[in-house]
Design a protein around this ligand. Structure first.
Ligand SMILES: [Fe+2]
Length: 187
């Protein structure tokens, strides 16, 4: 079970034309805007790519917009990407929903900033963490990257916002995949 670089580009362009849940942007626009915020914020290539691919699970399992149940989309893409990209990409993706649960507990006023769709999905995803769960979350590797990714995610729902093209970010995906391959070959 693996995706190659071509598959990822295809998923984003072919399936990414669909609306992003109940938001006013497409899945591809959402992915590009999220990557753009990460890049503009000076994130590493791995975090920018995590931002680009954080909702790939929605594209792998289209059809449900998670209005009735938790779609667990943060986990869906992981096995498909594991052979291709490093943990620095995979872990922020895996943790980005928990990061919302964390921020709702730890940051007064955060919940109010969420879009109605995101507030709705929060309830399905288990609601805010307890303080103990929040501490356990924050202690995990890449939790801070996931929290920052979450903020880019929240701001990546702007209709008509100009972004670099997908090719700009796919070049980063290619670099990271090659780098990982090189490291594995060296061992
Ligand atoms: Fe998202």
């Amino acid at each position: 079970m693996a995706l190659n670089l071509e598959d990822i580009g295809h998923l984003l362009t072919a399936r990414g034309v669909h609306q992003y849940g109940r938001e006013a942007v497409s899945q591809l626009e959402h992915a590009l805007q999220c990557a753009r915020w990460a890049e503009k914020s000076g994130e590493t290539a791995a975090t920018v790519v995590a931002a680009l691919l954080h909702d790939l699970g929605h594209l792998l399992a289209p059809g449900g917009d998670a209005t009735e149940r938790d779609d667990l989309h943060q986990y869906l893409a992981i096995p498909f990407l594991r052979g291709l990209l490093p943990d620095a990409v995979l872990e922020p993706i895996r943790l980005h929903v928990d990061a919302k649960r964390y921020l709702c507990t730890m940051e007064p006023g955060y919940w109010e900033t969420l879009s109605p769709a995101s507030q709705h999905s929060l309830a399905l995803q288990g609601g805010p963490f307890t303080p103990k769960e929040a501490m356990q979350f924050a202690a995990q590797p890449f939790a801070q990257e996931a929290i920052r990714l979450r903020r880019y995610d929240d701001h990546a729902k702007v209709p008509g916002l100009a972004t670099p093209p997908l090719a700009h970010y796919m070049a980063l995906v290619v670099d990271l995949a090659r780098e990982r391959e090189g490291l594995l070959a060296a061992h």
